[in-house]
Design a protein around this ligand. Sequence first.
Ligand SMILES: Nc1ncnc2c1ncn2[C@@H]1O[C@H](COP(=O)(O)OP(=O)(O)OP(=O)(O)O)[C@@H](O)[C@H]1O
Ligand SMILES: [Mg+2]
Length: 257
Amino acid sequence: MIVVSVAIQKGGAGKTTTTLNLAAALRERGKKCLLIDLDPQASLSQALGVLDEPEPNIYHLLKQEASGQACNPGSAILTRSGLDLLPASLELASAELELVSVYGREHILSQILQRLTVAYDFVLLDCPPSIGMLTVNALVASNFILMPLNAEFLSLKGANSFLRHLTLIQRLNSSIKVLGFVLTRYDARKTMTREVENRLKQDYGVDKVFKIHIRNSIALAKAQQAGVDVFSFDQKSNGALDYLALATEFLSKMTGS
Ligand SMILES: Nc1ncnc2c1ncn2[C@@H]1O[C@H](COP(=O)(O)OP(=O)(O)OP(=O)(O)O)[C@@H](O)[C@H]1O
Ligand SMILES: [Mg+2]
């Protein structure tokens, strides 16, 4: 089981869209994935049509595990469009504060993942756009971090500050590796898009920027509104094609790392 945090300290970067549709593309390739919604906005849960804040959800698992009781993650897992999902709810926001005073607080999600009884190929964690207890728990539990980024200059700031935090996280999880940046809403005609890509390559290395870009695709936004992944919505759309190609590159990076 390989655990991947989809995270960056920047709102609207494409984290949720990438978590969902990369997992769906991996499903198309025969891989079994679990998605965990770690964002109190619960956008990933909503994007899979889960609108009713089900109980138990990841908030209850975290609370139970933090109080020293062993949780059963299977009790909170829902299946939507062939993907397993541990949903979130708005009350997850209070976990940020509630976990602060807990002994071993950074490792609670890792413990929950150890209790999974289904053999998943990949667990993808959709992180909130800030670095708090939830993101720290995600990074401590992960083998890799994948960072989606809008191809615009403001995003570079978010990337820099996020990677500074990651150095601190490595004290708690020395084996976490940066899988790379994925450029989203990519428009090759725009000079700025290419400049951002070149800057990332210069600053972090060519191998840290995925060759596959995710183009602007209205199908991605519409699929989210419809509560399904892009393959279930329109498998011929640019969004579906790009995420399928991304999954191929993702899998080859996995075997190469
Ligand atoms: N390639 C794309 N083409 C068109 N729209 C996109 C694309 N990627 C994402 N979007 C849209 O942009 C918005 C933000 O994307 P998303 O929710 O994935 O970002 P996020 O990083 O998870 O945001 P947050 O930080 O709030 O969690 C969404 O409305 C989504 O539908
Ligand atoms: Mg999101």
